[in-house]
Design a protein around this ligand. Sequence first.
Ligand code: ADP
Ligand code: MG
Ligand code: MG
Length: 883
Amino acid sequence: EKLVYRFGDGKADGTREMKKLLGGKGANLAEMALLGLPVPPGFTITTEVCTAFYKNAHAYPAGLSQAVEEGIAHIETVTGKTFGDAVDPLLVSVRSGARASMPGMMDTVLNLGLNDESVTGLAALTGDERFAYDSYRRFIQMYANVVLQMDHSFFEDILEECKRDRGVHLDTELTAMDWRTVINGYKGAVRNHLGTEFPHDPREQLWGATDAVFRSWMNDRSRTYRRLNRIPEDWGTAVNIQAMVFGNMGETSATGVAFTRNPSNGENQIYGEFLKNAQGEDVVAGIRTPSNLTKRSRIEMGSDAPSLEECMPETYQELIGFFERLESHYRDMQDIEFTVQEGKLWLLQTRTGKRTAKAAIKIATDLCKEGIISMEEAVMRVEPESLDQLLHPSLAPSEKNVLLTRGLPASPGAAAGSVVFTADEAEEVARDGTKIILVRDDTSPEDIHGMHAAAGIVTARGGMTSHAAVVARGMGRACVSGAGEIRFAPDRKSFTVGSAVIKKGDIITIDGSTGEVFLGEIPTIPPEMSEEFETLMNWADSLRRMGIRANAETPVDARRARAFGAEGIGLCRTEHMFFDPERILAVQEMILAETQEDRTTSLSRLLDMQRLDFYELFLVMKSYPVTIRLLDPPLHEFLPQADDDIRAVARASGVDISIVYQRIKDLNEVNPMLGHRGCRLGVTYPDIYEMQVRAILEAACDTVEKTGVSIAPEIMIPLVSVKEELTMLKARIDDIAAQVFAARGRMLDYHVGTMIELPRAALVADQIAEEAEFFSFGTNDLTQTTFGLSRDDAGAFLPAYQKAKVMPEDPFVTLDRDGVGTLMRIAAEKGRATRRSIKLGLCGEHGGDPRSIDFCEMIGLDYVSCSPYRVPVARLAAAQAAI
Ligand code: ADP
Ligand code: MG
Ligand code: MG
C-alpha cells in the first residue's frame, strides 16, 4: 500500500477525508493544496507507518526509504531546490500530526537540511547572512532537543550569555556574527554532551527527525494528553515533511496564528497574533509577546504594537480572504497557521479551532443562523460535558478587590487558590483538594499534569494562542496569560509585581474572562446564561426524545433543577431529609424506642416534618412528576459511633446508655450494603414506610388544595429483588392511600414503582412489572451488585485496573454497557412485555454522563435523572443521542 502522500502546487494525493491515514495536519494540508491555497509543497508519511513502526520493534516497512526519496524529489521539482545542495539547499520541516489534534504534545523540527556548508549557500543566495545563521541555530537547537534529547536549558544558557555579552535583550537584536558564535557554542554543547558531532548529512538529519516524531507519539506528555482526552493509543501519528518558508527574513516577513472567530467568546471577529521576523515556534512558545492581527483587537487590548492590518495591509487583506474561504469550506471556525516570507503569504496549517464552551455555543448558533449548518449540526457541535464550564460562578465585583496585575483573558472563568510555581508542586498540593493557581513564565507541554491539577493558570509571557492559553481553554481551566509585570525571584519561590511580593502558598484570584489577577480570595457570583445558551438548549429540547429529571431533595435543589430545565424529580432520597441535624434526634428516638407507644410518638413527629418537606417540594415542582424513594439505608447509619455522641444521644432521647449500645450492636452488620436496607426495612418495620407514604399523600392533598394543580406522586420502593416484596408493600401503600383519601375526602392519582438495582430484579423484571408501574434503574447499586464491587472500596484497586487497562473505564462514571447495560436491556424488554406502558428511567450518577445517556437512548428509556447542575449537560447529550 501507499506509504507517502504528496501535496503542493495545486495538487494532492490525499483529501480532508483522510485524517485517519494522514493525520489532521496532513489531510488538511492536502485539502488546502487542492483548494489552490498557497501551501509549501511536501508529503505525508501515513499513520499506518507509525503503527507498523511500533508493531515491528521500531523498524519501518520495506519501501519507506524509496517512498521518502520520491517525496523529496517531488518537493525538489516544485521548489526547484535540491535537498543537501550546498548552493541552493532545500530546507524542510518535519512535523508530527495525529488524527485528533494534540497541540504541542509531539515534536516538530524546522529548517532541516542545514549544515556548515549549506548555511553559507543560503546566506549567499538570500543575501541575508543574519537570516541564514538565525535559521541554522534554530535548527540545531530543535534537532538537539527533539532528536538528540538534549534539554533546552543547554541552549538557552548559551543564548543568554551571548545576549548578555552584547548587552541586548531581544533575539532580533543579535547579528549574523553573534549567531555564528551561538552556533559554535551549540555545536560544542552537543559534542560535550554526546561525544559526537552534530549530524552534518541532511539525509541522516531527515531520518533522525522522522524517527523522533514517530517516537514522540509515545512520550509521557502525549500519553497523558491521550488519557485525558480519551484518544486511543493505536491511532498513531503521521509525519509531514514540507518545504520551509521563512518568516524570519527581516521586516517584510512574519509568522502568526489566527482563529477565524474569537475562540474565547465566539464573536464573529478574526482573532489572531503574529510576530515580525520570526519563525512559527516563537508565537506559541511565548518567547516574545506577539502583536494583534486586527486593529480592532489591538485597540481593545490597549496595545501600541501595530497590528498586521496596519503594518502589512495588503497581506492582511489576502489573509482575510483565505480565512473566509477556509471557514466556509470547512463550515466551522478554523485555527490557522501562516507565514509571510518577504511579503508572500503561505498557509501552514488549518484545523477546526478549539474553543471554550461559551464560544462553541455562540459559534454553533451563529453558523446555524447564517444558514451554514443545520439545527441538528449546531446541537451536535457543542460538547455536552463542556457546558459545565458555563454553570460556574464568576467574580463578584467590589470596591475592595485588590488588583494585583493584568494579563490577557486567555481562558474564561474565575478561580482562587494558593500559588504554586511548578507543575509537580501543583499536582502534589492539589492532591488533597486544595485549590491552587499555577504561576509560570510560560507553560510547555511538560506542564499539562500540573495544569490539570490547577484551578487556574497565570503566565508572565505568551499570548492568547500560547500553549498555556490553548491547553487551559481545552481543559476548561481559567487562565491569564502574558501578565508581563510578573517578575520571578531567582529561587522561583516567589514573584513580585511592583512592590508586592507573592510567595508560594499565598492566595490569589484570577479572572480568565478579563485577564485580571487579584490579591486574596474574592467571592463569586452565580453564572448568567447567555441568550445563545437558551437558544441552543431549546433546539436540543426540540430534538430529544428522553425526558430529563433531577435528583433533588430540598426546595433549593428543586428550584435550581427547574431553572436548569429539569422536567421533574427522578429521585428524592428521603433519608437525606432524616440526616438534617434538627431531625436526626427524632429518627434516633424512633430507632431506640422500646415500646410501640414511644415509637408511634416519634414517628408522628417525623410525619409532620416529612409532610412539610414533600409539600414544599410539590409546590416547587407543581405538575411536574416527583419520584420519592422510601427509606433506603440501614438504620445503624442514623446512630452515632463515637462514645461522646452515644452519650449525648442517650441523654437527649432519655434512654439508658446501655440500651443505645445494645441497639447499635443489634443493628451492626458485617456487610451493610447487602444487609438490612431498602425494602427489607419496609417489610420488617412497616410503620416507617407507612409514615412516609402517609406524609407523601397528605402533602399531595395539601398541595392540590392550596394550588389547584393536579399532582400524581410516584412512590418508589428501593432494593426489590423478588416480586413478593413489592406485592406486600404495594398492598400496604394502597391501604394507607385509601385511609388518607377517605379522611381528606378527595382522590388523587399516585403510582407505585421500583428501583431496579439488583441483578435478580433485572432478570425477573417481567414478574416485578406485574406490580410496578415504573422502573427506575439505580445504576450506582446495580453496578456495585453486578460487578460485586463496592464503590467505597474500589479506590484501592480500580486505579491500578484502569492503568493496566484491565478495566479502562471507571464503571461508576460511565455505564458498563456489556454487563450492567445488558441487565438494563433485559429488564426494559421484560418490563414492557408485561406492562406495555411501563415508565422507564435511570437515576444513578450515570444520568449526567453523556456516554451513558447515549446508551439510555439506545434502549429506549423514557427519562434520565441527574444532579441539578448536570441537567443542561443531560439535555444536550439526550438530544445528541437522539439525532
Ligand atoms: P504543532 O503541531 O506543535 O503546531 P507544527 O508542525 O504545526 O507543530 O509546527 C510548529 C510551528 O512551525 C508552527 O508555527 C508552524 O507554522 C511552523 N512550521 C511548520 N512547518 C513549517 C514550514 N515548512 N515552514 C515554515 N514554518 C513551519
Ligand atoms: Mg501547528
Ligand atoms: Mg440504591
